[in-house]
Ligand binder design. Structure first.
Ligand code: ADP
Ligand code: ZN
Ligand code: MG
Length: 501
């Protein structure tokens, strides 16, 4: 088989995503007052509305509308003042009404955009010159969002006795209507993504954004965030869209990436052999890292989509939208930019911290407690050290960052201290003092060690002067050893550089 990188010189992948997000932060269902809960007895949270009993009338959940408007504002969508619910008909026991309440051509949120910043390995996957790249290879990919609409989820079904819980050869099926009628938002992108890495990044960025809004717990594994990948190929340099397939069962970022990669290979193979791609829905099998046909794509008009006569159109006032805007927290992108501009963080650190609300909260508190100007070191500790430990407090993180910023300890020593204080309420300063770890930062005390090392390292001195400046690392190491580990490496380096001229 041809390597993927080579395939992608001939073929361009065109990818669009459909992402469903359960509004897990809401207390009640979309059209009735039933409680939303994941751990109640099956069929405990039902009523005439979500069971589709004749004559039952729905009432929309205002908080669900607020949530979707916030999601729309966060993704630069136009918030439509007038939209309404539609009925999408199908016959299946998971929806007692025999139709799903969803939205029609006009959704609450239309025509948005999320600008993806692609860097590092992800940037390397886009081999074409169709997008301007910075010197370091990173680039910004604008991903247009077609729409975000509000709809209800279906009931959960369990098929007994069949293979892998599939319905095909099951002996019986159980149904739990607790989930039936719970609110979902569905976001649909334009086919603007070009690589599996971009698709993955988009879902990551979207997930961070929605987490920050606090409207869902966005668990891909747990199913509160579900993603379908649409993908087609076309010859590089052409603009017409090819026939797409739709990929399902992508319940991790890795699955999304692997399924798209598999599909690029599969479609390229079919097309290169002169075949045609069938428009179909395919199921991803993570264990075998391949996709298999699930069903041919149904035509949209099979659903008999029409406006729901029981639900009046919405007229969202400007006031309502402004009220939603006022409730918006700082979003990850803005937070990252603020960390860079106001606290002097490295962009990559700022990006990692701003993306996870819990990490951002730890950082904010530690940066507040740490010394003036030490925020970049706090960020360094949060990104590079904290993940290896169980339970470090903001005060402990601030303490370690202060010690590092003041060159009182080395990074290796910082790790040692963190091992000791992890999960306790001890402060790092105390451990450092008790163990006599403080680095000597008095230059006159270090100078004799530097002189001793230089006296025996003629060869390295010659190399350094000949332009091989990286040998300084070796010399610093020698000085540290000479000082019995108590010297400050930065200061040793400065002394060495001064002496070597
Ligand atoms: P469908 O009629 O199958 O629902 P839509 O036009 O609603 O198709 O698009 C569904 C998703 O598929 C969107 O994310 C869209 O960007 C993407 N998409 C549409 N056409 C293509 C294509 N030719 N190749 C890849 N993705 C596509
Ligand atoms: Zn109900
Ligand atoms: Mg569609």
């Amino acid at each position: 088989m041809r390597p993927l990188a080579e395939l992608l010189l001939d073929w361009e992948a065109v990818i669009g995503l459909e992402v469903h997000v359960e509004l897990t932060a809401l207390k009640t269902k979309l059209l009735c007052g039933c409680r939303i809960s994941r751990d109640d007895e099956p069929n405990a949270n039902v009523c005439p509305v979500c069971l589709g009993l004749p004559g039952a009338l729905p009432v929309p959940n205002e908080e669900a509308v607020r949530s979707i408007v916030m999601a729309g504002l966060a993704t630069n969508c136009q918030i439509m003042s007038r939209s309404r619910f539609y009925r999408k008909h199908y016959f299946y026991p998971d929806m007692a009404k025999n139709y799903q309440t969803t939205q029609g051509p006009v959704a609450f949120c239309m025509h948005g955009q999320l600008d993806l910043e692609v860097a590092g390995d992800a940037a390397a996957e886009r081999p074409d010159g169709s997008i301007a790249k910075a010197e370091d290879g990173s680039y910004v990919s604008p991903v247009r969002i077609q729409r975000i609409h509000l709809e209800e989820d279906a009931a959960k079904m369990v098929h007994l006795g069949g293979r892998e819980g599939r319905i095909a050869d099951a002996s019986a099926s159980l149904i739990d209507y607790n989930r039936c009628g719970t609110p979902l938002i569905e976001l649909v992108t334009e086919p603007d993504l070009r690589t599996p890495a971009e698709a993955r990044l988009f879902v990551e960025r979207l997930r961070q954004t929605i987490l920050a809004l606090g409207i869902s717990d966005c668990s891909l594994e747990g199913g509160s965030m579900r993603c379908d990948g649409n993908i087609s190929l076309r010859r590089r340099g052409t603009t017409e869209l090819g026939t797409k397939t739709e990929l399902k069962n992508l319940n991790s970022l890795k699955s999304l990436h692997d399924a798209l990669e598999f599909e690029i290979r599969r479609q390229a193979e079919v097309l290169e052999a002169g075949g045609e791609i069938c428009q179909e829905t395919r199921h991803f099998e993570p264990a075998r890292r391949r996709t298999i046909v699930m069903r041919a794509k149904e035509a949209a008009d099979d659903y008999r989509l029409f406006p729901d006569p029981d639900l009046a159109p919405f007229d969202l006032s400007e006031e309502f939208v402004e009220e939603c805007r006022a409730r918006m927290p700082e979003l990850p992108g803005a937070r990252r930019d603020r960390y860079v501009a106001e606290l002097g963080l490295r962009r990559s650190d700022a990006e990692l911290i701003a993306g996870v609300p819990a990490t951002a909260a730890l950082f904010d508190e530690a940066a507040r407690l740490a010394g003036e100007g030490h925020a970049p070191m706090v960020a360094n500790v949060v990104v590079n050290m904290v993940p290896g430990f169980e339970a470090l407090s903001a005060a402990q993180v601030a303490g370690i960052a202060n010690l590092l910023a003041e060159d009182a300890i080395t990074f290796a020593q910082a790790r040692e201290v963190l091992e000791v204080i992890d999960g306790t309420d001890e402060d790092p300063e105390g451990i450092v003092d008790a163990r006599g770890m403080r680095q000597t930062t008095d230059a006159s005390a270090l100078e004799p060690h530097v002189d001793a090392v230089l006296a025996r390292c003629e060869e390295q001195i010659r190399q350094y002067r000949a332009g091989k400046v990286q040998v300084i690392g070796y010399l610093v190491g020698q000085c540290m050893a000479e000082a019995g580990g108590s010297g400050n490496p930065k200061l040793f380096r400065q002394l060495l550089e001064a002496k070597l001229g």
